[in-house]
Write a protein that binds this ligand. Structure first.
Ligand SMILES: [Zn+2]
Length: 221
């Protein structure tokens, strides 16, 4: 992710806050929404995503995970950070950290993503998604597997996920895809094979892949 600043001619004339037309995919290349899904997954997989994010009922015990409490160190740390960052919002009284820690524990106990099983963690490693645990990074060589090889525990990964950014959507998809495979459930929508859209004409997707954005003219401005 990033931004690119470009120089354009001094007489460049284009409205502010409107995307340069050369960067917008032509209408003829836009596919139709898939009639069978929202974003490429089966209803069964979508229900698992809902459990991952806490939008559908989830119980840590169902994954053999110990529920978090207001006394769990990672929960307490997060609550203290929240209070320090916004005392006007949370209150600065002695009970403020307790209240926030209890809220976070309740919130996070409803979400699969903070209560992975070892099987889930193994699936993430297999998908190359936990390099922070399994690899070391150096400026000369980038990411390299640790020697001997390291297999992170579910306890360690669940503790890590409570800090900072935690699992991204690719991690969610890797765990849920592996879960579906074990449970013999289809993961991707059969109508669109996971694209979430369908071609309006044969060859549209190939044409989209071949399309390249056109930059604005270059200049001294
Ligand atoms: Zn679909």
């Amino acid at each position: 992710m990033g931004r690119i600043l470009r120089r354009v001619p001094l007489d460049f004339d284009w409205p502010q806050r409107r995307t340069w037309h050369g960067f917008i995919t032509p209408a003829a290349l836009r596919e139709q929404p898939c009639p069978g899904c929202e974003r490429g997954y089966t209803p069964e997989a979508e229900r698992l995503f809902d459990r991952w994010y806490g939008r559908a009922p989830f119980d840590p015990a169902s994954n053999g995970s110990t529920p978090l409490t207001a006394a769990t160190p990672a929960v307490r740390d997060a609550a203290e950070r929240h209070i320090a960052a916004a005392p006007d919002y949370y209150g600065a009284d002695d009970a403020a950290v307790d209240r926030e820690a209890e809220r976070l524990a309740r919130l996070w106990n409803r979400q699969w993503r903070y209560h992975l099983t070892q099987t889930d963690v193994d699936a993430l490693v297999d998908a190359g998604r936990l390099v922070e645990f399994t690899h070391t990074w150096t400026p000369q060589h980038g990411w390299r597997p640790k020697q001997p090889l390291v297999m992170p525990t579910a306890t360690a990964v669940n503790a890590w996920s409570l800090h900072g950014f935690g699992h991204d959507s690719l991690n969610a998809a890797a765990v849920i895809k592996a879960h579906c495979a074990r449970a013999d459930l289809a993961f991707l929508c059969a109508t669109c094979q996971g694209h979430g859209t369908i071609e309006q004409y044969a060859g549209q997707r190939a044409a989209t892949a071949a399309w390249e954005p056109a930059a604005p003219p270059a200049g001294d401005g």
